[in-house]
Design a protein around this ligand. Structure first.
Ligand SMILES: [Fe+2]
Ligand SMILES: [Fe+2]
Length: 279
């Protein structure tokens, strides 16, 4: 699977940033909270993988790494646009993203390079399983404002395309032994227990600052029902989260490349969008 860097613009309608999801403002801000992590988080992934780039012998994996870096850089750029809209709407996008920046800079400074890579492959696993949930069920973003929906589908498709790249860098440079296995699984445990509470705090900060969200009744309950009930993107990802603990785990053990057929219709759809084309 060779990822392809695509330079796309989504031209999100700024006025809808707080309520672009059909399930309301709280669910919109759940996704917005994730969006705030992407630009600096993905820069951290690029940084972690780059340390090992010169140690990769296989030309195909080298090419995949270049494409991975290109894709993550594009994701960062488009999510930055979305995050800036939060500030324009009077929401604390910049300070929250500033926190992510400080956290990732701290991790770059204090963590050994191998731990930075183990955190990266863990977070790539989390994004890959969430991407799978999004692509699996059109109700996750399919009924949302179309520009935002396209941004999220595009990101999910490319996360699927490159889901094994960082992992393959790990496998090619770290070798297989019990200590590396332990470091890999500890990476997922640490990443999950730090990341999800932060997402909840970010969502809380956004909803508290948004008068429309404050007026929305039962928003948190609706978000929990959406994430863990129907359509349940997080509930459906739980099984795959555990797959990571198998000693011989590989991201493509779960072969979901059938969803990648969705890229062409998405590109055609973008092509036909005069708003996006004006970019
Ligand atoms: Fe990404
Ligand atoms: Fe990624």
């Amino acid at each position: 699977m060779m990822p392809i860097r695509r330079d796309l613009h989504f031209k999100l309608p700024a006025a809808r940033v707080g309520d672009w999801h059909n399930e309301g403002r709280h669910v919109s801000h759940f996704f917005n909270a994730l969006s705030l992590f992407f630009p600096d988080g993905e820069r951290f992934f690029i940084h972690a993988v780059r340390h090992y780039r010169n140690q990769i012998q296989e030309p195909e994996l080298q090419r995949a790494v270049t494409a991975f870096i290109g894709q993550e850089a594009m994701h960062g750029r488009e999510h930055t646009e979305c995050n800036e809209m939060l500030d324009e709407a009077g929401l604390p996008g910049a300070p929250l993203q500033g926190f992510v920046y400080k956290l990732t800079e701290f991790m770059k400074r204090v963590l050994p390079k191998s731990s930075q890579l183990s955190i990266t492959i863990a977070l790539e696993h989390l994004t890959a399983i969430m991407a799978n949930s999004l692509l699996q069920d059109s109700r996750v973003v399919g009924n949302a404002e179309p520009h935002f929906a396209r941004l999220w589908r595009w990101h999910a498709l490319e996360e699927t395309e490159h889901k094994a790249v960082a992992y393959d860098v790990w496998a090619a440079t770290m070798g297989r032994n019990p200590l590396r296995y332990l470091q890999r699984v500890m990476g997922l445990i640490t990443a999950s227990f730090v990341f999800w509470p932060l997402v909840a705090i970010f969502m809380w900060r956004l909803t508290r600052a948004d008068a429309g969200a404050r007026a929305e009744r039962g928003g948190w309950w609706r978000t929990l029902r959406f994430l863990f009930g129907t359509p349940g993107p997080l509930r459906r990802a739980i099984g795959e989260w555990f797959d990571y603990f198998k000693p011989g785990f590989h991201p493509w053990d779960h072969d979901n490349r059938e969803y990648l057929g969705g890229i062409e219709p998405l590109l055609r759809d973008l092509e036909g969008d005069t708003l996006a084309r004006a970019a």
